[in-house]
Design a protein around this ligand. Structure first.
Ligand code: ADP
Ligand code: MG
Length: 291
């Protein structure tokens, strides 16, 4: 039988819009040693804004954005949603993509109006281009800017720059989590190290791991598990495997991917990362009473 204290803990969490999937999750939540955090959509707001569309010589920025957004309609990535919204805001007429293949957390490729398009991280897009293709825009790196590269018909067409901000109050939130017993905090992101380091600066994060595939995020979680129970918080499809690998997987459920909510033990149903605090407080109290 499930102890009454656990049941009342689950219902108290529900009142804070936190779904805890059972007694085991609540117990693990009370014993967290390391926290592994995703960046885009978890530490950051994820409602990134397009700040620039830089294109190769002669190309039309709106046309590059239109083709990229047409393809990104097929992606559930939150950055893809932002790109689609930007194109719609510019009243660009989007086309329906076909032959779409998505590599979660890296990018998508497919066909738009008979043209072969790739959209995603720089490495992903460059890997779809002939060897030796040079990306002259990449030289102008800017710390903190999320960069989405676009290829059209085997040529590097340009890049879309987005600014994604840290959720407000994050620094205080991490301090409070430490007071609740979290010993180590690690940032694990699919994004580039320049962006990850800029976001992590000043947060007192113990380690930053960037440029990770979904499988490499799993390895980060497994290596942290050597030190004790691990909580992983993420939002994307690319976080589903690492959420499942953690002792407690926590999904940002309000705008995150359904696959991550399914893989998680705890789902925060509103778009507020700081709900992790009442979740841990309730878990610790329930466990104490149940003992
Ligand atoms: P995090 O792991 O921090 O949540 P992601 O792995 O979700 O970050 O995203 C990292 C990068 O992947 C983004 O900055 C973007 O360049 C790229 N990316 C992945 N999928 C897409 C997509 N469908 N459309 C555009 N960019 C994408
Ligand atoms: Mg994410």
């Amino acid at each position: 039988a499930v102890p009454v204290a656990i049941v009342s803990g689950l219902s108290r969490a529900a009142r804070h819009s936190i779904l805890i999937k059972g007694g085991k999750a609540i117990e693990a939540l009370a014993r967290v040693n390391s926290l592994v955090l995703d960046k885009t959509g978890t530490l950051t707001d994820g409602r990134a804004k397009v700040v620039a569309v830089n294109v190769s010589d002669g190309a039309d920025p709106d046309e590059v954005l239109r083709l990229a957004a047409s393809l990104d309609q097929a992606s559930k990535h939150i950055i893809a949603q932002t790109i689609v919204a930007e194109a719609q805001g510019r009243l660009l007429k989007l086309a329906v993509p076909s032959d779409v293949v998505e590599t979660p957390g890296e990018g998508v490729r497919g066909v738009v109006e008979g043209r072969s398009i790739a959209v995603g991280g720089i490495q992903f897009v460059m890997s779809k281009l002939p060897q030796g293709t040079e990306n002259r825009l990449q030289a102008k790196k800017v710390a903190g800017a999320v960069i989405v590269a676009v290829a059209i018909d085997g040529h590097f067409a340009g890049e879309i720059r987005l600014a994604d901000e840290l959720r407000s109050g994050t620094q205080l939130l991490l301090q409070r989590l430490r007071m609740l017993g979290v010993q180590r905090i690690v940032l694990a992101t699919g994004d580039r190290s320049e962006v990850a380091d800029a976001i992590a600066a000043g947060l007192g994060i113990d380690a930053v791991r960037s440029g990770l595939t979904p499988d490499q995020k799993v390895l980060v979680v497994l290596s942290e598990r050597k030190n004790g129970p691990v909580m992983m918080i993420g939002d994307g499809v690319n976080d589903a495997p690492s959420l499942a690998a953690a002792d407690v997987g926590v999904a940002m459920g309000a705008r995150g991917a359904a696959a991550s909510a399914e893989a998680a033990d705890v789902v925060i149903l509103v778009d507020h990362l700081d709900r992790i605090l009442p979740a841990m407080q309730i878990a610790r109290r329930s466990r104490f009473i149940a003992l």
